[in-house]
Design a protein around this ligand. Structure first.
Ligand code: PEP
Length: 249
């Protein structure tokens, strides 16, 4: 059986006090054993979050990292810096990194390879914009994003990869892909992995859906056969909403 995962992407939210308050509320909830729960704070709150969650079954991920080892990269964070504060998972390829900070498939290939080499787990985000879907190019685009950044990886390294399909038109907009649209794309992605590698791997890779997941729609989305959980933005900033989503399987 594949892992079920719910990861909260806090983006550029939650200063020290807010982080403490949110975590205090999160840890009052009992988590379902079969769901792996993660939160991804900003870089400055990683240490704090790791410490506050030390005794808890909630993992901590970073929202980004640089592909270089070290050096003249002002404002950037390396894989070894993440590991140094006890972080072992990194989100790469988020649509906001792609659209606001110019991250390309090529750059993401370098980041993913570096993360894998440093033994970090990767939540790899990808997904089409509205115009791709309107032009019926969404499958081609997703294929291109996955091929460029991931299909160079040896099969054995996929144990470190979780995929997060996030249609850009559904992120932070209140617009959600229908459960059927999510299922259709997730099944397509699994087929791509089978074609590139094999059916065994395709059946093992967890594929999350992201884009305006809320307590009110999570159950329906998570009930789809090829949806293994969610990457949650806005709703992860509220402990009760996030935990309702965690319990929506
Ligand atoms: C995200 O940023 O990854 C995301 C899915 O955001 P939201 O849930 O707010 O749409």
């Amino acid at each position: 059986m594949r892992k079920q995962i719910v990861a909260g992407n806090w983006k550029m939210n939650n200063n020290t006090l807010e982080t403490e308050a949110l975590i205090e509320r999160l840890i009052q909830h009992t988590l379902p054993e079969e769901v792996q729960v993660m939160v991804a704070p900003a870089f400055t709150q990683l240490s704090q979050t790791v410490n506050l969650l030390k005794q808890q079954p909630i993992m901590v991920a970073a929202q980004n990292m640089n592909a270089a080892d070290s050096g003249a990269h002002t404002g950037e964070i390396s894989a070894s810096m993440l590991k140094g504060v006890g972080v072992h998972t990194v989100i790469l390829g988020h649509s906001e990194r792609r659209s606001l900070y110019g991250e390309t498939d090529r750059l993401l290939q370098a980041k993913v390879s570096k993360a894998i080499a440093e033994e970090l787990d990767v939540i790899f985000c990808f997904g089409e914009e509205l115009h791709h879907r309107k032009e019926n190019k969404h499958f081609d685009l997703v294929k291109e994003q996955l091929s460029s950044a991931l299909f160079n990886l040896p099969k054995a390294t996929w144990i470190q990869i979780v995929l997060a399909y996030e249609p850009v038109w559904a992120i932070g907009t209140g617009e959600t892909a229908s459960p059927e649209q999510a299922q259709e794309m997730h099944a397509f992605i699994r087929q791509l992995i089978e074609d590139q590698y094999d059916a065994n791997l395709a059946n093992q890779v967890a594929i999350l859906y992201g884009g305006s997941v809320k307590p009110s729609n999570a159950k329906e989305i998570f009930s789809m056969q090829d949806v293994d959980g969610g990457l949650i933005g806005g709703a992860s900033l509220n402990a009760e909403d996030f935990m309702a989503i965690v319990n929506a399987f």
